[in-house]
Design a protein around this ligand. Structure first.
Ligand SMILES: NC(=O)c1ccc[n+]([C@@H]2O[C@H](COP(=O)([O-])OP(=O)(O)OC[C@H]3O[C@@H](n4cnc5c(N)ncnc54)[C@H](O)[C@@H]3O)[C@@H](O)[C@H]2O)c1
Length: 246
């Protein structure tokens, strides 16, 4: 088992990529705490428990510093450490530049960027005192290449890469690694609403000519969260079928 007895918080872990990460980490021996706004998070946790893993669900928004702080204190008290933080929670509110409202901008920046800042800042206090930590955050091909209609999302996802490079410098001496996964097109609820013809057109732009399943992305998180990646920090791993090639 690659994460035996590690304590992992997975934000946005109720469904999609975060669910796959939670299930995989539990299979690899981690004690998984799912933070999400959706009640289905308790089913995700229960399924993990039914399969013999350790998991629990807390209904917490990554934007709520007080809730983040008090649940981390609770988790640390219960399990004795906070070893891994997966900053996966994310949202979209797509509009072209001329139509995007301040509300759409603020909402996406608040969850995708400030939420990652809040969770990392709060979790890093525990990781520093343990001299151990793994922080892996979600960017996107959009954060690297941009995408039509995603000014707010691109800003947030590019920001995650910049913040992570900074944290790698600040936190390295404490034994904490900070890295990014940049998924390409992945079949989840986030992308399910897209018209099939858009999905088909998107596939043609992917060298592998197919989209990812959440588990393809989860394996990247597993590597960066494991002790095998102990000397890897400040990097972005693209899991995108060859779209970004950098
Ligand atoms: N699906 C893709 O193609 C794709 C591509 C690139 C990057 N990503 C990124 O990967 C991550 C996961 O994407 P997904 O496709 O699984 O999305 P999803 O919508 O299926 O899951 C995201 C989860 O985050 C939760 N969430 C949203 N706001 C939250 C908040 N404030 N606090 C806590 N939880 C919150 C949602 O309730 C949901 O369960 C996101 O950061 C997304 O931007 C996804």
């Amino acid at each position: 088992m690659r994460l035996k007895d590690k304590v992992a918080v997975v934000t946005g872990g109720a469904r999609g990529i975060g669910q796959a990460v939670s299930e995989l980490f539990a299979k690899e021996g981690a004690k998984v705490v799912i933070w999400d706004l959706l009640d289905v998070g308790s089913e995700t946790a229960q399924n993990i428990i039914d399969s013999g893993g350790v998991a629990e669900f807390s209904k917490i928004s990554v934007t709520n510093r007080n809730a983040v702080r008090s649940d981390l204190a609770r988790i640390n008290e219960k399990y004795g450490s906070i070893d891994i933080l997966i900053n996966n929670a994310g949202i979209t509110r797509d509009k072209s530049l001329s139509k995007m409202t301040d509300e759409e901008w603020d909402l996406v920046i608040d969850v995708n960027l400030k939420g990652v800042f809040i969770c990392t800042q709060e979790a890093s206090h525990y990781m520093k005192s343990q001299s151990y930590g793994r922080i892996v955050s979600a960017s996107s091909t959009t954060g690297v290449f941009g995408n039509f209609g995603q000014t707010n999302y691109a800003a947030s996802k590019a920001g995650v890469i910049g913040m992570t490079k900074t944290w790698a410098i600040e936190l390295g001496k404490y034994g904490i690694t900070c890295n990014v996964i940049a998924p390409g097109f992945t079949l989840t609820d986030m992308t399910a609403a897209m018209p099939p013809e858009v999905i088909e057109a998107g596939k043609k732009l992917i060298p592998m000519r197919t989209v990812a399943d959440p588990i393809d992305i989860a394996y990247g998180y597993l590597y960066l969260a494991s002790d095998e990646a102990r000397f890897v920090t400040g990097v972005t791993i693209a899991i995108d079928g060859g779209v970004t090639r950098r």
